[in-house]
Ligand binder design. Structure first.
Ligand code: C5P
Length: 234
């Protein structure tokens, strides 16, 4: 994959001011940014617009999971905001995925990349089993990636550890967006299926979603630059 701008910095902050304080120090040529449930619920679409005005591509990570008509409407609204990437839970099923695809396709002009979330990187096999999925994370990711690809979405969110099996099960160019990234020695926090940035790229990830390893560092910019240089040196 030829996109040199592969790092997506997670802006998981309680308000727009905190998110913009970090964004103002970041260069849109060096990273993209992700707005998730916490920031979007607190600050709304205006924070997305402010980030886009600063030149950032925004991944709107709201993981829609609802009946097809509702998800289609949410995807249309996200596309109208002008975001670069938007996602839905692949577990919502074929009809929901198809409705999301159709809604985005009907948007005039630039369309966001439409991505399906497979299995959250905070879940391990034991946690999956507890909610009735006994086949393990890897098999469930493979199943949901195949369905997502069949429905014409642009890629999936998965752990980098599953990128190779997703590639094998899907068409060329199908994107692997991978959270659960940690630097050697970082705390895992609530994540379970974690991989380092260089390993993630080596394993076939297209985009790295990196939150606390950057945002909780004493010097977030230095960590971002270290990661970028590590990737480019490869
Ligand atoms: O701080 P950390 O690097 O763990 O942040 C990961 C981000 O990626 C969080 O915002 C989380 O919501 C998101 N995410 C995830 N696992 C997925 C999809 C998204 O961790 N499967």
């Amino acid at each position: 994959m030829s996109d040199p701008n592969r790092i997506i910095v997670v802006l998981d902050y309680p308000d727009a001011a905190s998110a913009m304080a970090l964004a103002q120090r970041l260069d849109p040529a060096h990273c993209r940014v992700k707005v998730g449930k916490e920031l979007f619920t607190a600050a709304g679409p205006s924070v997305v617009e402010a980030l886009q005005q600063r030149g950032f591509d925004v991944f709107l990570d709201l993981k829609y999971h609802d009946i097809p008509n509702t998800v289609a409407g949410a995807c249309r609204a996200a596309a109208a905001l002008g975001v670069w990437m938007v996602n839905v839970h692949a577990g919502g099923g074929r009809a929901m995925l198809a409705a999301a695809r159709e809604a985005v396709d009907r948007v005039p002009g630039r369309k966001p990349l439409l991505i399906g979330v497979t299995v959250l990187t905070s879940l391990d096999d034991a946690a999956l089993s507890e909610v009735g999925i006994g086949c393990g994370a890897a098999a469930q990711v493979e199943r949901l990636a195949t369905l997502t690809s069949d429905c014409g979405l642009d890629g999936v969110v998965c752990s980098a550890a599953e990128a190779a099996l997703v590639s094998a099960a899907t068409r060329p160019g199908f994107l692997k967006v991978t959270p659960g990234i940690r630097l050697a020695g970082d705390a895992k926090g609530d994540q379970r299926r974690v991989v380092t940035p260089a390993d993630a790229i080596r394993m076939g990830a297209d985009y790295l979603v990196i939150g606390r390893s950057i945002t909780h560092a004493a010097d977030p910019l230095a960590v971002l630059e270290d990661i970028r240089h590590g990737l480019h040196a490869r």
